[in-house]
Write a protein of this length. Structure first.
Length: 355
């Protein structure tokens, strides 16, 4: 966030610290990390965002990592120096992006090669932003993003290099990959973004690994920015698996899209129903039914491709431009591999154009 009349940029180090420690199952590896996460959430809940100390010496992350001993000495818990270094680099990069024109970020015209990525025996090369215009494919529309969106995307690319490698190799989808795909879909929608029919939710904010209260608060905050003619698309990870919620809070309806439907829905339902109930209270909306209507969409097939199914779900919903989710989702038993590959290829091409 950038202050008015100032070049100072605030990077939420606590949120980045938490994201960096989420494993492939969407959870934290040990109790020590979980304790720090709980402390971060407690401090955030009890602190007014406008009064947060944004200096690294005493921000939310530092306060959560500080542990007083019996001698009243202060010991800082340092788990991963490499990740701390990368966070610092990310802060510097964001500041540089906001204050420096894109044309001044370097003049290297060599293709950037992502190590370890191969397709049919060929190494995939991704062109830099400064590649000459004549190299662009003819007849292909080039998406344009505004400066804030571009800064966020470039930061994701820098911070999630391994996630991109996994995407190119059709491995498990990570949180940053889903965020990038939603940015792609958002940027691909023509017309004014103010008339956008969908509100996207950062999957990290409502996935397992966060305490229940935080998940409720984060989902509620996204519901509050939605309009009566909008659907909130909330991909989430209940633990080692991806699923999708499509919520129309005004209509008190939730569409539950889970290709396996093997995970317990009790916690997810409690979090979602509570967030909607708070939303109704704040908006002074009288519930039209006793309980929120949950509609379960058709099952799909496949266990290791759940992230690609979720991206395909979101793609179909957005491309059809309808807030009636049951009309947007394919009712066949499964998507073909070619259809899942299409999602992968278009995201790789989108990311490649900004690396």
């Amino acid at each position: 966030m950038k202050k008015e009349g100032s070049n100072e940029v605030y990077v939420d180090r606590a949120k980045m610290w938490k994201k960096a420690r989420v494993n492939k199952q969407g959870q934290y590896d040990n109790d020590d990390i979980q304790q720090v996460v709980h402390k971060i959430d407690e401090i955030s809940m009890n602190t007014d965002s406008s009064s947060v100390n944004r200096h690294c010496s005493n921000d939310v992350l530092t306060q959560a990592l500080v542990k007083k001993t019996s001698k009243d000495e202060v010991n800082i818990l340092v788990e991963n120096e490499e990740l701390c270094r990368r966070v610092s680099e990310l802060e510097a990069q964001i500041r540089s992006n906001l204050s420096t024109p894109l044309s001044a970020h370097g003049s290297c015209l060599r293709p950037i090669v992502l190590e370890g990525i191969e397709e049919k025996g060929k190494r995939i090369e991704v062109e830099s932003l400064d590649k000459p215009k004549q190299k662009e494919k003819k007849g292909k529309e080039v998406m344009k993003m505004n400066e804030p969106e571009l800064d966020v995307l470039k930061s994701i690319l820098r911070y999630a290099e391994k996630d991109i490698v996994d995407l190119c190799n059709m491995n498990e989808v990570k949180t940053f990959t889903l965020v990038a795909y939603m940015m792609y879909l958002y940027s691909s929608v023509s017309g004014s973004k103010e008339n956008m029919q969908y509100v996207f939710v950062d999957p990290f904010l409502i996935s397992s690994g966060n305490i229940q209260e935080s998940r409720i608060r984060n989902l509620y905050s996204r519901l509050m920015v939605s309009k009566p003619d909008q659907v909130v698309l909330a991909p989430f990870n209940p633990g080692g698996h991806w699923a999708l919620l499509a919520i129309n809070a005004y209509e008190d309806t939730v569409f539950y899209l889970d290709l396996l439907r093997t995970t317990s829905k009790a916690t997810t339902r409690y979090v979602t129903d509570t967030a909607i109930a708070i939303f109704h209270l704040q908006k002074n909306i009288n519930k039209s039914r006793k309980q929120t209507l949950w509609r379960t969409c058709p099952l799909q097939v496949g266990s290791t491709t759940c992230g690609y199914y979720v991206m395909k779900y979101i793609r179909e919903i957005v491309n059809r431009g309808s807030i009636v989710i049951s009309d947007s989702i394919d009712t066949r038993k499964s998507y073909s591999q070619a259809e899942l590959d299409e999602v992968q290829v278009e995201l790789v091409e989108f990311l490649g154009s900004y690396i």
